[in-house]
Design a protein around this ligand. Structure first.
Ligand code: ZN
Length: 124
């Protein structure tokens, strides 16, 4: 299970933001997770809950947005959705396909309340 390692590194980023923006509580965190990362949203959420305990993100809602794998054929220029790691161009059957999306794993946005502030603001 490498989700816990991934979530710990996400928390390094979150903690830095918390310090930088003097964040008191985080209400929502949106994650972009590419299909190629093979991350289980349920496992990610479980790890998140464990690591969030006692931090500003303790009550945050974790929103996971899955990014499909898209390939671009080097031979004919067709871009297509890659299903089940089938990196063959549906158009020309060429296999010089480069991955254009599906490897993402980052915090897209964060909603938080900063110290001495009533209104929510996005700090990501
Ligand atoms: Zn092609």
């Amino acid at each position: 299970m490498h989700e816990i390692a991934i979530v710990s590194s996400l928390f390094e980023i979150i903690n830095r933001k918390v310090e930088e923006h003097r964040i008191e509580t985080i209400s929502r965190i949106c994650l972009k997770v590419g299909e190629l990362t093979a991350m289980e949203p349920m496992t990610l959420t479980a790890c998140f809950e464990v690591l969030a305990e006692g931090t500003a993100a303790q009550w945050a809602e974790l929103v996971i947005e899955t990014v499909p794998v898209m390939g671009l054929c080097g031979a004919c220029g067709t871009s297509f959705r890659v299903v089940r790691y089938d990196f063959v161009c549906p158009c020309c059957r060429g296999d010089s396909v480069s991955v254009v999306s599906g490897q993402e794993l980052y915090i897209e946005s964060m909603e938080a309340t900063c110290k001495g502030e009533q209104n929510e603001k996005t700090a990501a």
